[in-house]
Design a protein around this ligand. Structure first.
Ligand code: URA
Length: 242
């Protein structure tokens, strides 16, 4: 791959903009400034710096964002800013997209990637990766509510009752719900069907990857390591049931 193509693939801008950066002497390869943008390199052998800062070349990017409220996951947000505005422009140039969606008022763990296969696998209902949510309810949580969520709740437009994989009370008005489906507004609709209004919702884990283990302040993002990506694949409930 030529150096200008590499920079473009990493999200530094158009081919022309990448060539300009190289000609201007802003890019070093293995500690040496390279101004020939047509020079061929093996990307995996490269240690490059841009403007004096080391740059790790990633073939694909896998991120977690701790989503704040009042951000939309849609590609064309209408009422609130999009979650992509919380990422560096470099990632947008690589067509990084959210993996599935959280409602604009839901907080917590949101995966983003520029790997189409990964996005598809993790947002497809066939891929039964567990999602753990913490919901705050307007009225007190009751043992009946927990029993119903575990036994199955019939929603309008659904052919069969939807069940929580596990469910436990966290406080007088707080409940943890683990799901392995990803239906539209599923947590809020399941609670509403049992007469409980959800006043706040946070996703706390996907598979066995827990947001609290990432130490990620709200509104911030981090890359996922190979080990963390492995935890996503595990489909066991991330928390103890009941
Ligand atoms: N369930 C909901 O109701 N909303 C979300 O954002 C995610 C799951």
């Amino acid at each position: 791959m030529t150096l200008d193509k590499l920079l473009q693939a990493q999200g530094f801008g158009t081919r022309k903009a990448s060539q300009r950066m190289i000609i201007d002497g802003r890019v070093s390869v293995s500690g040496v400034v390279v101004t020939d943008y047509q020079h061929h390199f093996e990307p995996e052998l490269l240690s490059i710096s841009v403007d004096g800062q080391p740059w790790v070349c990633r073939q694909q990017i896998y991120l977690v964002l701790n989503k704040p409220t009042n951000f939309e996951c849609s590609r064309k947000p209408s009422h609130h800013p999009g979650v992509l505005t919380l990422l560096p422009p470099l990632f947008l140039a690589r067509n990084t997209q959210p993996v599935g969606r959280l409602d604009h008022d839901t907080t917590g763990m949101l995966l983003l990637s520029d790997d189409g296969g990964f996005i598809h696998r993790h947002s497809s209902p066939k891929h039964h990766v567990t999602k753990t949510y913490e919901a705050t309810t307007q009225d007190a949580v009751t043992p009946e509510l927990i029993a119903k969520l575990l036994a199955g709740v019939q929603l309008r437009d659904e052919p069969a009752p939807l069940t929580a994989l596990s469910c436990r009370q966290l406080g007088s008005h707080r409940i943890e719900i683990v799901l392995d489906q990803g239906k539209y507004h599923q947590v809020k609709r399941m609670l509403a069907a049992e007469g409980h209004h959800c006043v706040a919702l946070a996703r706390t884990a996907i598979g066995n990857l827990r947001l609290e283990d990432l130490d990620l302040p709200i509104g911030e993002w981090c890359f996922l390591s190979e080990a963390q990506l492995g935890l996503l694949k595990k489909t066991g409930a991330a928390s103890t049931s009941n």
